[in-house]
Design a protein around this ligand. Sequence first.
Ligand code: ARG
Ligand code: ZN
Length: 844
Amino acid sequence: ETFYLKDYTPFGFDVDSVELIFRLAPDTTRVLSKIHFTPKPDAADRTFFLHGEQLSLISARIDGAEVTPELTASGLTCDVPDQPFVWGAEVEINPQANTALEGLYMSNGMYCTQCEAEGFRKITYYPDRPDVMSTFSVRIEGDEKVMLSNGNPVDTGGGFAEWHDPWPKPAYLFALVAGDLVNHPDRFTTRSGKEVLLNIWVRPGDEHKCDFGMNALKKSMAWDEEVYGREYDLDVFNIVAVDDFNMGAMENKGLNIFNSSCVLASPETSTDSNFERIEAIIAHEYFHNWTGNRITCRDWFQLCLKEGLTVYRDAQFTADMRSAPVKRIEDAIDLRARQFPEDNGPLAHPVRPESFQEINNFYTATVYEKGAEVIGMLKRLVGDAAYYTAVDLYFDRHDGQACTIEDWIKVFEDSTGRDLQQFKTWYSQAGTPRLKVSETFADGTYTLTFRQSTPPTPGQDHKDPKVIPIAVGLLSAEGAELVPTTVLEMTQAEQSFSFEGLDAQPVPSILRDFSAPVILDRETSAQERAFLLAHDTDPFTRWEAGRELAKASRIAMVKDGASPDAAYLEALKTLVRDDTLDPAFRALVLSPPSESEIAQALADQGVTPDPDAIHDAAETFAQTLAQSLSDSLPRLFAATLVDGPYQPDAIGAGSRALNGRLLGLLTRIDGGEAAARQYEEADNMTVQNTALACLLKAEKGESQSRAFFEQWQDDRLVMDKWFALQVATARPERAPTVAAELTKHRLFTIKNPNRFRAVMGALSMNHAGFHQADGSGYRLLADQLIALDALNPQTTARMCTAFQTWKRYDDARQALMLAELERIKSTSGLSRDTNEMVSRILDA
Ligand code: ARG
Ligand code: ZN
């Protein structure tokens, strides 16, 4: 069954309030519901349909009288009165048997829930749609030490706990947690003087990993007050860490539930990037309290309304807490690695999709990250002040409502007087626009001409020109900034912009700060790129110039058997030694483009990418760079070591990132001596993990890998790193075997999404390893996905994306991937989730 945006119809009833009682038992939990319905007087459709899946209905009542509803696999219908009535039902569910991790399930003996998007229907019969909002009162009965739900605590005693959430919410924000938990408490006073109790709840033994997350939460609360004027609105804010979780985290009202990997942190067990990610996800979930919870989505097609905006807000937060330029470059790298392949392949869909079979398949980089880019473009177009005025209007006008993208656009139109209808195509038309640039210079006038086009995507042949904010600056040949950053507003398919009064032809710096999620296509010389890498005043375009040089050199190596580009090597050497530059920036410049990115670049040029050749070129390049830096590497490495106690801040992280890059190079020439020393001396996970990675990559890390295992085998999150590292660092021809062996390891379990992703995700990201010509990588992943689908459709479907680029490769590899995709598709009892993903990947 396919659902369409155009088919939206409101529900025929209001839900005035919801009362739930949970009688907890691992395999026979009873859920008793009392739901107050009022028919809407002017509803066109008054069908009383309640969603419900995998529920055993014990009894149902209307106004206290037993009724016999008509049941199907997806819900029930029932005759109901024409006036307000109370629906009552008792159902039984089996949390213990719930391996899909959706609805109410058990993780390490602890009850927890995941209801977004459509999990509440696995808990009880309900109109499980985001535009049905109501207040919830919850009573939990059981002998668990801690029993939590949304909102404020009402009462608790022997064997029960009661909660009330005064804010109307859709069912997807419902949450319940019960188990043997300990808390890390704190408090926060809002700017209007309200005292809020904060708790992070964890399993005994994880208490020492809560401090960082708690600080991140307090910083998020203060930031949202300061920047968006948004205060918290309940007496308590609870966060719970859960080991078995399909996604990163969930913003349930007053009771956020986190994948433990996205909240637990300590210097000994977490890397700098873990810390940065945890800070961002805590902020993200907290920010949802306003963008998502107080104002929610009318239907799931509008998912980007809350996700794009909330990702944008968490990116602003990270930029403020850490380094704005570094965050912007990281986001561009991430968008290109995860969203561009989606937008340019068979899974392409608009930021606001128009149809789906399984909504869980649309929690994508397009909805989230491109959705955030769209907000960023809007802000750039209207300006900062107008942006915040419009967002204030959004909060005023729509608080308590379930909204659409039209509502969002309208507040900007109303508050700025701009017509944003053309801008709206960013939400409706999929695909990454390509921007071709040409230039002329005559009589002191410099003209840039842009031509935009977006290739067709599945189901969308025609693309209209988009509104593209292009941030541009002009530099003199001496490296002076002639024209500071200016935002050009492109609206047509082809458009020119002129700059007058120039003495000589300037050097343009285009798409500063990555001002739009587009592919810039401009023929330039290596000299000009090297010039920008040395002189550009905008950190993004400066870094980009280096990235373009790296790509060009790598492509020439693969295509023409060229040697690593000497001028580029020289530029890197200069940069790496330049102490005036932020170490984090230098680390980013030293990070090579991924092999998958090179494969895509080759494919774009009409060259069939050969994964082995791409891998060899990457190795040769790194080896050559290491050799050409050999005289200064030991000194540079020593100079970037961070001393003093570990602090997970941006400054320390930047230095460690640079130091780690240098260690990678050094390990190529010193036989692993420095890395082995580093491993011995490490007093934090960032350094320990980097040293081990360098050693494993050089195939010199066997004893350290064993030691690491011994040291950390009782820490699940660290063991995930150990599993992933083996696969990520394996030589391509060994990677499938290494991964296959790890799936037989006593600590491997297919039921834990983090562990599964550690191994299989790492395999799909080891480009040349996954694409081994004998098909062993494809076969292993397909075997594992088929096994996982029977237990956990959501994570299976998500990991099918490893195959989304299959058409890039040679006929032999295509045939092998096609065969595996067909094999998955023909699995009997395949989930709707996986079936939809595989079908889309195959169809285009
Ligand atoms: N709303 C959550 C977040 O972005 C993600 C929940 C996704 N759940 C899912 N089943 N797809 O923070
Ligand atoms: Zn979110």
